[in-house]
Design a protein around this ligand. Structure first.
Ligand SMILES: [Zn+2]
Length: 265
């Protein structure tokens, strides 16, 4: 695999970009994350006729990581939509209905194309446009609509792999995230992700240029009402991370950038 796309839904935890990026960087080594391989156990499992919580409920208040996202069955991916909105999943069987909590942070990864080489400088990808469209088409528009951040991670050349990087340490990123979260709680008593539509109007109002930018994005990317609200909440989080009291156009632009969809390499 030469590169991966990380798809992130921010509906739980802190709705915080840095948390997510830090999570992505650490996730492959994190023992507390759920690495889900068995489709049947994601939504629910049964002991006889008694429904038991599936992986998405076991990930309640945690991270659900789905690797190779397009390889999951369509019905499983579509069934994620409801809990991503409501934080619950209803399981009905044999006249019996159970409701399980399922407020998880969804992190997923996928290859850029079926062979995994799209965009690589070696030009090894031989996938046809049709194959690419079929592969990407396994993720429905309504599911992608609930994804706040899409981050392309390009392949590193050999020399880059061997280079020494002087990156910001995780401890500094963590401190920034904690400060941003505290500012959210002080301002509105809850994380940005938990804001309702009325609260978004109150706390996530961008400046004039930010509003214009958003207007253009709605037209250009056909943003849904849900996507519009999610962009505003992400922009608010980006502003909080920068300790900015108001949402500026740069924050809105960054939030829109994360939602621009899957590129063609
Ligand atoms: Zn390919």
């Amino acid at each position: 695999m030469v590169s991966q796309l990380f798809l992130v839904n921010l509906d739980s935890v802190a709705s915080n970009v840095a948390i997510v990026v830090a999570t992505i960087l650490r996730i492959l080594n994190a023992s507390s994350c759920f690495f889900v391989c068995i489709v049947a156990f994601i939504l629910k499992s049964y002991n006889g006729s008694v429904p038991r919580p599936g992986e998405i409920s076991l990930a309640h208040h945690g991270v659900l990581f789905l690797d190779e996202l397009p390889e999951f069955e369509r019905r499983v991916l579509e069934a994620l939509r409801e809990p991503l909105e409501s934080g619950h999943i209803a399981v009905a069987r044999a006249m019996r209905r159970s409701d399980f909590p399922a407020r998880f942070q969804l992190v997923a990864a996928m290859n850029p194309c079926p062979c995994g080489w799209l965009g690589h400088h070696s030009g090894r990808c031989r996938c046809t446009p049709d194959q690419l469209a079929r592969y990407r088409g396994r993720l429905s528009g309504p599911l992608l609509d609930r994804i706040d951040l899409m981050i392309e991670v390009p392949a590193l050349a050999g020399v880059e792999l061997q280079a020494k990087w002087d990156n910001e340490p995780s401890s500094a990123v963590r401190a920034r995230v904690v400060r941003a979260r505290e500012s959210q709680l002080a301002r509105q008593g809850k994380a940005n992700a938990a804001l309702g539509p009325k609260e978004i109007e109150t706390h996530c109002e961008p400046d004039g240029r930010g509003r214009d930018l958003l207007q253009q994005a709605i037209a250009r990317f056909s943003l849904s009402g849900r996507a519009y609200h999610r962009v505003l909440k992400v922009a608010r989080s980006i502003a909080d991370l920068a300790a900015a009291p108001g949402i500026m156009s740069a924050h809105v632009a960054e939030a829109i950038h994360y939602r621009r969809g899957l590129s063609d390499g």
